[in-house]
Design a protein around this ligand. Structure first.
Ligand SMILES: [Fe+2]
Length: 484
């Protein structure tokens, strides 16, 4: 019963649902819990696709994106919670055509906010004939004490039931962990097909339990973007539905690949950086290394050099304790061998002193610590009940896989999908990793960053089958801590 009360408290704290009288006397605790989750998830609704997004300064600003049914002037109205003094900011209009449908999207960034302060906001059109509910968010505190984020890899669903399963998994992990998260990071493939409008709607509907309350940082995945020969590549759906910082690189014209229509600023809002507590986080659009094929056969090497110079310069100006990178295609994946990224990007990340790389794309969970393309050996680890840990017991010094210094190398954490698309035990690359978990269960890491350490607890959601939407149990798959 304690767990149920905790979950209900969590839902209520985030305004997830209103209290109602309920006759629960004849139900088991598990039935009550399942009923509560189902009621909550069935009531998720986000008709204006409202979402918050990271900015370069989360203590005093926030990014917002939304949709309106018609082309209009769109506004964000906001106030300090409890105040009657409302501000109104006009949003930028972004028209996208998806299939035969014109989609009217809007974005704005609100500045001059006070740190560590609750705000209420809603989105409206010109004459207030369209208005969202009021939502609440809290700006980040300006200290670098503990902050925790939710890491959600590859939802990539095609239908409502898949996104429902994603919502159940997230809610179950938040309930089990009792974590207070103030950021959600997604390494891409948030939809399966960027050309299908319903998938964007479903993503924002089922993400609304958190994306209207805490900001998202998203990396572009191969399923999220148009082909580089598609005229929409410079004004993609991804740019329309999301509102991410535009402080990334400006490229030269893309001439190396036949038919490449990308322009110099096509990557704004896809490669970017921001500060998060004690960490500086760089998000890289790894599709820049690709030619719209699965294995990225050709690259525009001149523009990759532009990207690498931007990454070096960006990290050079950071004074944060931790350097973190998020990208879609990781260099040490079990399923896909992204050799270009391993050969071209990894030396740059090592030069920049990156501590942790967060990846997706593989639909398998793994963790590897590499330096100069050598896998770091560990002699000891915690007990694992799931997955495979590769220890070299004779290695010296006797380092522990669950608590180690970032001076050993870069930690590459690749998470399994947070929804229902799993690749299982098929490893098609020949990459070695220290730990792998290949079962057909969603994994959701919660990452806590302080000045002294990065702590990761990865939660696995056990279900009857891969496509079941109801979780049976949540377990800690693994926990590890990186120190300086
Ligand atoms: Fe992918």
């Amino acid at each position: 019963m304690k767990k149920i009360l905790l979950m209900l408290c969590f839902m209520l704290a985030l305004g997830m649902f209103a209290c109602t009288e309920d006759s629960t006397a004849s139900k088991s605790t598990e039935e009550i819990k399942t009923d509560s989750m189902t009621t909550y998830i069935n009531e998720l609704n986000n008709p204006y696709n409202v979402s918050l997004f990271v900015t370069t300064n989360l203590t005093t600003s926030i990014g917002i994106n939304f949709e309106m049914p018609d082309k209009t002037n769109g506004y964000i109205e906001y106030c300090v919670s409890g105040s009657n003094l409302y501000y109104r900011t006009k949003a930028n209009y972004k028209e996208r055509t998806i299939g035969e449908q014109t989609v009217n999207l809007y974005d704005a960034t609100i500045y001059d906010l006070s740190p560590n302060t609750y705000y209420e906001y809603r989105v409206v059109n010109e004459d207030n004939s369209e208005e969202s509910p009021y939502y609440t968010f809290k700006t980040m505190s300006s200290d670098t004490e503990s902050h925790s984020l939710l890491y959600l890899a590859d939802p990539q669903e095609t239908a409502e039931i898949g996104y429902m399963a994603y919502a159940y998994s997230i809610l179950s992990v938040l309930d089990y962990s009792n974590a207070e998260v103030d950021l959600a990071m997604l390494p891409g493939d948030i939809v399966n097909n960027n050309y299908i409008q319903s998938q964007w709607n479903l993503f924002f509907k089922y993400s609304s339990m958190f994306c209207t309350k805490i900001p998202l940082a998203v990396a572009a995945g191969n399923h999220d973007l148009p082909f580089l020969t598609d005229p929409t590549v410079n004004q993609s759906e991804f740019d329309g539905y999301l509102n991410l910082p535009g402080n990334g690189p400006s490229y030269n014209s893309f001439n190396a690949i036949s038919g490449d229509l990308r322009e110099g600023d096509f990557d704004k809002g896809k490669t970017y950086s921001f500060d998060y507590g004690a960490a500086h986080i760089v998000v890289i659009n790894t599709e820049v290394y690709c030619d719209s094929t699965i294995y990225c056969t050709y690259s525009d090497l001149d523009n990759i050099e532009v990207l690498h110079e931007w990454i070096k310069n960006d990290f050079k100006h950071s004074t944060a304790e931790w350097n973190i990178v998020m990208l879609h295609r990781g260099p040490y994946g079990l399923s896909y061998d992204s050799s270009e990224i391993r050969e071209l990007l990894v030396p740059v990340l090592e030069d920049c002193g990156v501590d942790l790389v967060l990846a997706g794309h593989e639909h398998q969970y793994s963790r590897a610590i590499y330096f100069e393309n050598h896998l770091i050996p560990f002699a000891e680890s915690n007990d694992y009940t799931l997955g495979t840990v590769s220890l070299i017991k004779s290695s010296y010094p006797r380092m522990n896989f669950n608590n180690y210094s970032s001076s050993l190398g870069i930690t590459y954490l690749t998470s399994n999908t947070s929804a229902t698309k799993f690749y299982g035990g098929n490893q098609t690359s020949s990459i070695d990793v220290n730990y792998s978990f290949l079962d057909y269960y969603p994994v959701i890491p919660i990452i806590t960053i302080t000045e002294d350490e990065i702590n990761v607890k990865s939660y696995v959601v056990i279900k009857e089958t891969a496509y079941s939407i109801f979780p049976e149990e949540v377990l800690i798959l693994e926990e590890f801590t990186i120190t300086k």
